[in-house]
Design a protein around this ligand. Sequence first.
Ligand SMILES: *[C@@H]1O[C@H](CO)[C@@H](O)[C@H](O)[C@H]1NC(C)=O
Ligand SMILES: *[C@@H]1O[C@H](CO)[C@@H](O)[C@H](O)[C@H]1NC(C)=O
Length: 337
Amino acid sequence: MHWKIIITAAAATHGVHAAATLRFSCSQLVVERLDPLVNPGLNPSPHLHQVVGGNAFNVSMDPSVHDLPTTATCTSCTPTEDFSNYWTAVLFFRAKNGTFHRVNTFGNELGFTQATGGQTVYYLTTGNAKVTAFKPGFRMTVGDPSFRTAAELNAKYKYMDYTCLQSSMTRGGATTNFPNKPCPAGIMVSIRFPTCWDGKNLDSPDHQSHVAYPQGNSCPSTHPVTVPQLFYETYWDTRPFNDKSQWPTDGSQPFVWSFGDKTGYGIHGDYVFGWKGDALQKAMDTNCNSDLFANKINCNVLKTQSLADANKCTKTTQVAENLDGWMKELPGGMAVM
Ligand SMILES: *[C@@H]1O[C@H](CO)[C@@H](O)[C@H](O)[C@H]1NC(C)=O
Ligand SMILES: *[C@@H]1O[C@H](CO)[C@@H](O)[C@H](O)[C@H]1NC(C)=O
C-alpha cells in the first residue's frame, strides 16, 4: 500500500498521469472537544480532536440543514472549493509524574513546511474502475477508539499506521501500534479510508457500514461504487519529547491518544464531505495530481490558495477548556487504558 502510493505519486511527478493523485495541505482549523459526526449536539464531546477544512465545522452538522460549501466562508485546505472537514484524535505525551502535555501537529516537510500544522489530505484513484466522488451530505469514520490489540484492528481495518520518522523523507517500516522508540523527526500517522460505497446511504448508524474495502481489485456487490481513496497524513511533533530519560522506565512508550489509548490500535479518523458542486468529481475525472515535494496541484479544473492564505482560516474554540501546558488528566478526564 505504501509503495503503491509512493510509486503513483512519483509517477505523477514524472508526467505519467494515468490516475488522479490529488495531494494537498490543510492547516489546523481548530483543536477542540467536538465531534459533530459521532456526538452531534454534544459540547463538549468525550475526547479531543484536531480538525482541518472549512470553517462551517460546528457542534452539529446535520446535512439536511447544514450545507458546508454555503455555510463556510473559508477553508484551511489549499483547494478553495474544498469545505470538507477532516479530523482525528490528538496525541499527548504522558510524563513520568503522570501529567500530560499536548503534542502539536506540524506541516508535512514534503512541500508544506509553511502550513500551521493540520494534515495532508489525499484523494487517489485506485484500480481501473471509474471513481465516483462523494455526494453532498456524505460522511464516514474509519477505525474504532475502543480497540487496544492488533488482533482487533487487523480483523476489521486496513491501512492505518504509524511511521517513526528518522527524517521527513522516511517511508516504510510503519507499525499499527505506537513506535516504541523516540522518532528523531516526529511521528507520521496515516489513516486511509475504505474505497467502496453502497451507492445509496450518505451515512449509516455506525458511520462505517455504508462503505467497505475492495475484495481483490474490485468492490464487493454490496458496495459496488468505487469512491476516491481518502487518505490523511498527520505529522505529530513528538520531537520535544524525545529525551529517553523522560520516558517510562518499564520500556513502554509515553504517547497516548486523547481517548486514552496508549497502544495506538484505537487509531481512527472522521470525514464530512463538503466540496463545492462537482469540483472533486472533475478533479478525479481529469486525473489531477500533485507534486510530491512542493505545494503544487497540477490541475486546471481546481482553484487553489497559498499555504499562507490557508493558514488564515481558523476557528476559535467553542469549548471552554485549557489545552496548554502540563495537565493532570486528559481533556474530558479520559482514562488511559
Ligand atoms: C454553529 O452553530 C450555532 C448554533 O448551535 C450557530 O449559532 C452558529 O452560527 C454555527 N456556526 C457556523 C459557522 O455554522
Ligand atoms: C511533570 O513532569 C514534567 C516533565 O518532566 C515537568 O515539566 C512538570 O513540571 C512536572 N509536573 C509536576 C507537577 O511535577
